[in-house]
Design a protein around this ligand. Structure first.
Ligand code: NAD
Length: 344
C-alpha cells in the first residue's frame, strides 16, 4: 500500500511509521495540504491520508480518480472538508470516528483550572521572581454548577471529571444519554435553564445548523454574571464578536477556547513575527481572562496512536474485505452501492 500523507506534522509521523510498517505500508509525508494545486503529488499512490484543513472537492476527487487513487483516509472524525456527494461512487472515504474522548475532556479541564486559578499568570510571574499574589484570587470548583451542552463521548467524560470535583451538572442534548440524569447532581434541562443556572458552560456538541452560534448575544444575556465559557468543540458554536462584547462588559468572567470560528486561517501554523490580520482573535488573546490554545485538545500520545492505528486498520480492512466499518457514504447515492451500511 502506497500512501500519500498530506498536511504532515512532526507529531504525526512516529505513530503512522509504527502502524504503517507493521502493515507493510509505504508512506510519503507531504507537509503541504491537499488541494487543487497539490493533488498532482498523489500520482502513483494507492490512497491519500488527509486532515481537517485539506480540501477534497470535486476537482481534487477527479484528479485522484485519474491517478487511480481509490481511498481518501481521513485521520479525523469530521468530513466537512470532503465533497461527499461528489465522492459517492467515485472514491471511498474512510474516517476515524473516535480516538480519545479523554484527551479532549482533560484538556478542557486543564484550561478551566488554568484560567480560574490563574496558573498562566503565576507561571510567568514566578519566572520573573515576582512572588506577589495580587490579582491571583480564584474560586473553588466544588459546589459550583457546570452547564454541559452535548453529552456524547467527550461531554460524558467531562461530566465524570466535574463530578469528581463535587460540581453539579446541568446538561443539554438533543438526545438524552441513558442513565446520566440522576435527578440530583446531574440533570437534563432546557438551554435557557442551563444558561441561567451555570457558573461554567462547556460545549461538547457538533457544529450543525442548529448549534451554530449557540453562544450568541442572546444566550450570553441569559447567563450569570461572571460565567466561564469553555469551547473545545468547534469555533462557530460561539459568536466570537458577542463573546468579546460579553468579556468587555464584564458579563463573562473568563473564556477558554481551543477552537475559533476563523481558525482555519491560523491554527496549526506559526504566525509569530507576523501581524495578526484577525482583530477579534487578536483582541480576545489580549484579554487577561481569555486563554486560547490552537485546536490542541486532541493532541495526546494516546490519541495520536489511536488515530494512526484506526486509519491504517481502515485501509487494511478496506483492501482485504472491500468494505470498512468506518467508511462514510452519502445517502443520496444508491443503497445497493453502499457496502458500509453507514450512510449519512
Ligand atoms: P459525540 O458524537 O459522541 O457527541 C456529540 C453529542 O452532541 C451527542 O450526544 C449528540 O446527541 C449531541 N448533539 C447533537 N446535536 C445537538 C444539538 N443540536 N444540541 C445539543 N447537543 C447535540 O461526539 P464527541 O466525540 O463527544 O465530540 C464532540 C465534539 O468535540 C465534536 O463534534 C467535535 O466538534 C469536538 N472535538 C474537538 C476536538 C479538539 O481537538 N478540540 C477533538 C475531537 C472532537
Amino acid at each position: 500500500m502506497k500512501l500519500a500523507f498530506f498536511d504532515a506534522k512532526p507529531y504525526d509521523k512516529p505513530s503512522f511509521d509504527r502502524y504503517g510498517k507493521e502493515n507493510g505500508f509505504e508512506i510519503k509525508y507531504f507537509e503541504t495540504k491537499l488541494n487543487e494545486d497539490t493533488v498532482e503529488l498523489a500520482a502513483g499512490y494507492d490512497a491519500v491520508c488527509v486532515f481537517v484543513n485539506d480540501t477534497v472537492n470535486a476537482a481534487v476527487i477527479d484528479r485522484l480518480c485519474e491517478f487511480g487513487v481509490g481511498i481518501v483516509a481521513l485521520r479525523c472524525a469530521g468530513f466537512n472538508n470532503v465533497d461527499m456527494k461528489y465522492a459517492f461512487g467515485r472514491i471511498h472515504v474512510l474516517r476515524v470516528p473516535a480516538y480519545s474522548p479523554y484527551a479532549v475532556a482533560e484538556h478542557t479541564v486543564a484550561m478551566l483550572l488554568t484560567s480560574i486559578r490563574r496558573i498562566h499568570k503565576a507561571y510567568i510571574r514566578t519566572r520573573d521572581f515576582n512572588f506577589s499574589l495580587a490579582g491571583m484570587t480564584g474560586f473553588d470548583l466544588h459546589g459550583k454548577t457546570v452547564g454541559v451542552i452535548g453529552t456524547g463521548r467527550i461531554g460524558r467524560v467531562f461530566i465524570d471529571i466535574c463530578r469528581g470535583f463535587g460540581m453539579k451538572v446541568l446538561a443539554y442534548d438533543k438526545y438524552h444519554a441513558e442513565g446520566l440524569d440522576n435527578g440530583d447532581t446531574v440533570k437534563y434541562v432546557e438551554l435557557d435553564e442551563l444558561f441561567g443556572g451555570s457558573d461554567i458552560i462547556s460545549l461538547h456538541c457538533p457544529l450543525t445548523e442548529e448549534t451554530y452560534h449557540v453562544i450568541d448575544e442572546s444566550a450570553i444575556s441569559k447567563c450569570k454574571r461572571g460565567v466561564v465559557i469553555l469551547n473545545t468543540s468547534r469555533g462557530a458554536l460561539v459568536d466570537a464578536e458577542a463573546l468579546l462584547a460579553g468579556i468587555k462588559s464584564r458579563k463573562i468572567g473568563a473564556a477558554c477556547l481551543d477552537v475559533y470560528e476563523e481558525e482555519a486561517d491560523f491554527f496549526f501554523e506559526d504566525f509569530s513575527g507576523h501581524i495578526l490580520e484577525d482583530d477579534t482573535l487578536a483582541r480576545l488573546i489580549s484579554m487577561p481572562n481569555v486563554i486560547v490554545t490552537s485546536h490542541q485538545a486532541f493532541l495526546t500520545e494516546d490519541a495520536l496512536s489511536n488515530i494512526a492505528q484506526t486509519t491504517v486498520q481502515n485501509i487494511v480492512d478496506f483492501v482485504r474485505l472491500g468494505q470498512c466499518e468506518n467508511e462514510v457514504c452519502y445517502r443520496g447515492g444508491r443503497a445497493e452501492d453502499c457496502k458500509s451500511g453507514k450512510c449519512f
